[in-house]
Design a protein around this ligand. Structure first.
Ligand code: SAM
Length: 246
């Protein structure tokens, strides 16, 4: 699975954790290949999202926030030929790869591609469901993360489904120790250089907020969702679904 983190050594001095700079042209171009050996992990998450979304109407409208290069959008579009998608993505290079891949897969006509953040997306009919895969972790301030989920909730119909996946753990807890070694081995297996794999925790500092699962659940629920259900875990990656309250 693409664990989402660019190699900071490739980034310039002025780079901050802004998506437009973190997910720059070089990162976008190599995003899908970089962790290709871990693709089955992502595939299993997508499989579960497909099963979850099979309850949706035939012509469901899906909001993909932080669509990146289109991984979950394409997995869903291929499985559900009646669904329509709106991809929201602040990094232009990532969105351009998404647009190209959607065209290659023959699903682009059912997609709207929005370059920018969710609050800049024009008002529309409510969506039936939303995805946010490895996105909210980049909002390091809790208040911003709550607002992120609240903004998604406002775009959904009541009872609409959210799927959100993020890095999540109590990194200081004893039980995380084994997972840190496991994660490092996973990076080595995927082809990351030994030195870089050994420093992955440093790479997370400042750019991502890796919070314990209960805290992430609290943040999602504060954003106008009913209690989230944890349905997926692979090492530090956790996936939840939740319904818009009311
Ligand atoms: C790790 S990638 C995940 C992409 C895709 N969801 C996947 O699973 O392959 C995170 C994406 O979220 C985008 N992003 C970061 N912050 C965002 C925000 N506040 N709103 C929407 N997208 C954001 C980044 O530009 C990047 O493309």
């Amino acid at each position: 699975m693409n664990v989402g983190m660019p190699n900071r050594e490739e980034l310039s001095e002025v780079t901050k954790s802004e998506p437009a700079t973190l997910f720059n042209k070089e990162h976008a171009a190599s995003y899908d290949e970089r962790f290709a050996r871990l693709a089955p992990l992502k595939d299993s998450l997508h499989l579960l999202i497909r099963i979850l979304f099979s309850e949706l109407p035939e012509r469901a409208r899906i909001l993909c926030v932080g669509a990146g290069t289109g991984a979950e959008l394409i997995a869903l579009a291929q499985a559900f030929p009646g669904f329509e998608f709106t991809a929201v993505e602040p990094s232009k290079p990532m969105l351009e790869v998404c647009r190209k891949r959607a065209a290659e897969m023959g699903v682009a006509l059912r997609c709207t591609f929005h370059h920018g953040y969710l609050h800049t997306l024009a008002a529309s009919e409510p969506f039936d469901a939303a995805t946010s895969v490895l996105v909210s972790q980049f909002l390091v301030q809790r208040v911003d993360r709550v607002a992120f989920f609240d903004a998604i909730a406002q775009r959904l119909r009541p009872g609409g489904l959210l799927v959100s996946a993020d890095l999540s753990a109590d990194l200081d807890a004893e039980e995380s120790r084994g997972l840190k070694d496991f994660w490092r081995n996973m990076l080595l297996y995927s082809g990351v250089a030994e030195e870089q794999a050994g420093r992955f925790l440093e790479g997370w500092k400042g750019d991502v907020a890796v919070l314990p699962p209960a805290e992430v659940e609290g943040i999602i629920a504060e954003g106008a969702f009913a209690k989230p259900t944890l349905f997926y875990q692979s090492l530090f990656i956790h996936g939840w679904y939740a319904r818009r309250a009311g």
